[in-house]
Design a protein around this ligand. Structure first.
Ligand code: ADP
Length: 382
C-alpha cells in the first residue's frame, strides 16, 4: 500500500521499500509496486550489503531525499539495483526509526530521463516521514501480537495444568460425600458440598480460559456434520435441566417442525446455546425463558428470550468483548468473568453465524443466533 501510494502520489512508474534485516545483515526489498512478476522474483532473491549503499545512506542522513539518473556517473544507487528495477531515474527517501536510517523508500521512472521536480521532492519528504511512522507502528503491532500469542499459550498451559488437580479434588470429594463409604455427618456433608460447588466453579472457569486461549491461538478446530436441530436442542434441554431446576422460572421450548438439517459443529453450537441459556437464567429473577428455533432465510434462527433485568443500550455494544460485564449498582452481582458472550461471538464467527441482541431494562433480553443450513465446502474447516 505504501509503495502504491508513493507511485501514485509522485506519478512515477514504480516504488520499493528496502529495509535493513539484521538476520541477513543486508537490505531487502520488503514491498514493491509496478514490478513485473519476473522483476518481483529477482528482487526477492536480492540482499544488498550495507557497504553497497553506504554512500546513499550518508547522503540520506543529511538530505532525507536524494535522486540520481541511472546514467549519472556519480551513481549513488547500486547498479545491480538499477538494473533489476530497470529504472532511468530513481528517488530515494530515508526510512528512519528515531535517529537511525533503517531503510530506503524508492520511487522510479522507467524510460523517462527528466528528473523529479522540486515539488515532487517536497512530497517525497512528507512520504518518508509518514512511512517511517507507519513502519514503526507496524513493528509495534507485530510485537504486541507476538506478546498476545505468548499470553494465550501461557493461559492455555496454566488452565490445563490447574484443571487436573481440581478434578482430583472433585473425585475425593465425591468419595467423602458418599454416605455408604464415608458416613459424613450433616454438617460435614454441608461443608463438602460447598467445597464441591466452589471447585466445580473453578473447573468451569479454567475450561473457559482454555477455550478462550485456544480460540485466540486459532487452535480450536471445527468438526462439522449434518444434524437435526430439534435433536440438538433436546440434548441442550436435558443438559441444562439441573440449572433450570434451581430457579422458579417457567421454561418454553418452541421448535418449528420440519427444519432442514444443519451443517455445523454440534459441541460448539451447544456451548453457544448453553452460555446464552445460562445467562438468561442468571439475569432473570422471575418470569420465563423461551428458546425458539425457526427457519430464517437460508438458515436457522435460534432465539433465547428472557423476562429478566435487561441491559442498558449503552452497555449493549460491549457485552461481546472479553472480560466485559455490565457494572451497575442496581444489578446484583452474579459472578462470572465476562468471557461467556465473547466465546459465543467467536464460536459463531467460526461456525459462519451471527448474533444480535435486543434488550429493555426491566423487561428482558432476546439474543438471536443465526446459522446457515449449509456452508460452502471450504468455509468450515474439517
Ligand atoms: P458473565 O456472564 O461471565 O458475566 P458474559 O460475557 O456471559 O459474562 O456476559 C457479559 C455481561 O452481559 C454479563 O455480565 C451481564 O451483565 C450481561 N448479560 C448477558 N446476558 C444477559 C441477559 N440475558 N440479561 C441481562 N444481562 C445479560
Amino acid at each position: 500500500r505504501l509503495c502504491q501510494l508513493t507511485a501514485e502520489v509522485l506519478e512515477c512508474d514504480c516504488s520499493h521499500t528496502f529495509l535493513w534485516q539484521p538476520q541477513e545483515q543486508g537490505y531487502v526489498a520488503v514491498a514493491s509496486w509496478g514490478d513485473s512478476a519476473d522483476q518481483q522474483e529477482t528482487l526477492a532473491a536480492l540482499t544488498i550489503p550495507p557497504e553497497a549503499i553506504a554512500d546513499l545512506v550518508q547522503h540520506l542522513e543529511k538530505e532525507e531525499v536524494v535522486q540520481r539518473a541511472a546514467s549519472d556517473p556519480r551513481g549513488l544507487f547500486p547498479s545491480v539495483l538499477l538494473r533489476h528495477m530497470e529504472v532511468t531515474v530513481l528517488l530515494g527517501m530515508a526510512l528512519r526509526r528515531g535517529e537511525h536510517i533503517i531503510g530506503v523508500q524508492t520511487a522510479g521512472y522507467r524510460g523517462r530521463t527528466r528528473p523529479f521536480t522540486s515539488q515532487q521532492h517536497r512530497i517525497a519528504l512528507g512520504i518518508a516521514q509518514i512511512a517511517s511512522i507507519a513502519l514503526h507502528n507496524a513493528r509495534l503491532l507485530e510485537q504486541a501480537e507476538s506478546a498476545n500469542r505468548l499470553k494465550s499459550e501461557f493461559l492455555a498451559t496454566l488452565s490445563h495444568e490447574v484443571r487436573t488437580p481440581l478434578n482430583i479434588i472433585l473425585g475425593y470429594n465425591e468419595i467423602l460425600l458418599d454416605e455408604e463409604v464415608s458416613h459424613p455427618t450433616t454438617e460435614q456433608a454441608k461443608i463438602l458440598r460447598r467445597i464441591r460447588d466452589n471447585t466445580r466453579g473453578l473447573v468451569e472457569l479454567m475450561t473457559t480460559m482454555l477455550d478462550v486461549s485456544r480460540l485466540e491461538a486459532g487452535r480450536l478446530l471445527i468438526e462439522a456434520r449434518h444434524i437435526q436441530i430439534a435433536d440438538l436442542l433436546r440434548e441442550v434441554e436435558t443438559e441444562t435441566r439441573d440449572l433450570r431446576e434451581k430457579t422458579n422460572l417457567q421454561f418454553f421450548w418452541r421448535i418449528a417442525s420440519q427444519l432442514p438439517p444443519l451443517y455445523t459443529d454440534p459441541p460448539k453450537l451447544k456451548i453457544v446455546l448453553k452460555n446464552l441459556i445460562g445467562n438468561a437464567l442468571k439475569f432473570t429473577p422471575q418470569g420465563s425463558v423461551t428458546v425458539e428455533a425457526h427457519a430464517h432465510g437460508t438458515g436457522v434462527e435460534i432465539c433465547i428470550a428472557d423476562t429478566g433485568i435487561g441491559i442498558a443500550p449503552a452497555s449493549l455494544p460491549v457485552i461481546f468483548e472479553p472480560f466485559r460485564q455490565v457494572t451497575d449498582t442496581s444489578r446484583p452481582s452474579q459472578g462470572g468473568v465476562g468471557l461467556g458472550l465473547y466465546i459465543v461471538r467467536r464460536l459463531l464467527e467460526l461456525l459462519g453465524g451471527t448474533i444480535t441482541v435486543e434488550s429493555t431494562v426491566g423487561c428482558g433480553s432476546t439474543f438471536r443466533v443465526w446459522l446457515p443450513f449449509e456452508r460452502a465446502a471450504d468455509a468450515l474447516p474439517q
